[in-house]
Design a protein around this ligand. Structure first.
Ligand SMILES: NC(=O)c1ccc[n+]([C@@H]2O[C@H](COP(=O)([O-])OP(=O)(O)OC[C@H]3O[C@@H](n4cnc5c(N)ncnc54)[C@H](O)[C@@H]3O)[C@@H](O)[C@H]2O)c1
Length: 317
């Protein structure tokens, strides 16, 4: 399965990508995982890795408060799984015991694979990857959960000499979908420097986590957001220009395409600031006017109406 996905992808890669195919990963056998950022995504990734792949996870966050909150939430999710008889108490205890919190990146000296899930701030990610390249073992895969930042740029931050791909070839994106314990899909994105072995290890590990991998190249919005965000943006333009009201827009897509929620409700769930940030990346990096963020989306973000997380968006919460 893994080799088929990677081979299919490699066939489509320009030959210049294959030139950088340095062997850095001995095999797909990840024995210890590091996760950086214990927020919404990082916590979900750590928990699913502990439950499904059954690997010990070092969960690093610069904020002790975030770690405490994240681990309390993990315990709540595990208790819910036990109460619904999806898992036994022993399985819940085993998963919880695999999660070790830490506040310093220096705790990641023994991991085989690390997934970064800190906020979507380019300089923050570049700084973390330059440190991970020094701290993690030389065979470790360095993955990011970014929604929109170029993987090639993140990989470039691991070295001062761009011609030396020892570190940059180990960088890849494992873009998990939210909420991680529920969504099956994960998007695996190669940067220009990413080696075939790194890609294969990333796909294999995500499959061990019970996920279904889709592989894409480093291009603005990758696959998921390149398709999803213009759909959401168009729904907002339809609302803004009076083609339909909120409920009609959500109802036709929900009842007509069999999705669990319509585009406006989904935008609220993702966060309107996140939607706008991704549309801006698509617009500026492609220069294509078809990705222009809708005026109403900009106005709602300016008003602080960010969706579910702020209590108000297209719906009230
Ligand atoms: N939220 C989504 O729906 C979603 C979906 C897919 C991808 N993503 C991406 O995942 C990443 C994380 O998003 P999130 O929603 O989990 O964010 P979040 O704000 O919930 O969590 C980020 C965590 O990183 C921690 N952090 C900040 N600086 C740090 C540092 N220097 N070292 C260690 N920890 C640090 C914060 O304390 C916080 O706990 C982003 O790149 C985002 O674009 C988000």
């Amino acid at each position: 399965m893994v080799s088929a996905i990677v081979a299919r992808h490699a066939l489509r890669l320009p030959s210049r990508l294959r030139l950088f195919s340095t062997s850095v990963s001995r095999d797909g056998d990840v024995k210890r995982l590091g996760v950086v950022g214990a927020g919404q995504m990082g916590l979900g990734i750590a928990l699913v890795a502990a439950q499904r792949a059954q690997v010990p996870v070092t969960l690093v966050d610069s904020s002790q408060k975030s770690l405490d909150k994240g681990l309390a939430f993990a315990e709540k999710l595990l208790a819910k799984d036990v109460s619904k008889q999806r898992i036994t108490q022993e399985q819940a205890d085993a998963a919880r015991s695999l999660l070790t919190p830490a506040t310093s990146l220096d705790s990641l000296g023994d991991v085989d694979f690390v997934i970064e899930a800190v906020p979507e701030i380019p300089d923050l990610k570049f700084d973390i990857f330059s440190k991970l390249a020094q701290i993690c073992p030389k065979h470790a895969i360095l993955a990011t959960n970014t929604s929109s930042i170029s993987i090639t740029r993140i990989a470039a931050a691991t070295t001062l000499d761009p011609t030396d791909t020892t570190n940059s070839s180990r960088v890849v994106s494992t873009h998990f979908m939210n909420p991680v314990p529920i969504q099956k899909g994960v998007e695996i994105i190669s940067g220009l420097q990413t080696s075939k072995e790194t890609l294969a290890t990333a796909v294999a590990f995500c499959e061990r986590m019970g996920k279904i991998a889709s592989v894409s190249a480093d291009s603005p919005g990758f696959l998921a957001n390149r398709i999803l965000m213009p759909y959401i943006n168009e729904a907002i333009i339809c609302l803004d220009t009076g083609v339909g009201d909120r409920d009609s827009i959500d109802a036709i897509m929900k009842n007509g395409t069999n999705v669990p929620m319509g585009p406006l409700q989904l935008a609220d769930f993702i966060g309107l600031d996140t939607c706008l940030a991704i549309m801006k990346v698509l617009h500026t990096e492609t220069g294509d006017s078809k990705y222009r963020p809708s005026v109403l989306l900009r106005n709602m973000v300016d008003a602080g109406w960010l969706g579910k997380k702020s209590g108000k968006g297209f719906y009230d919460y």
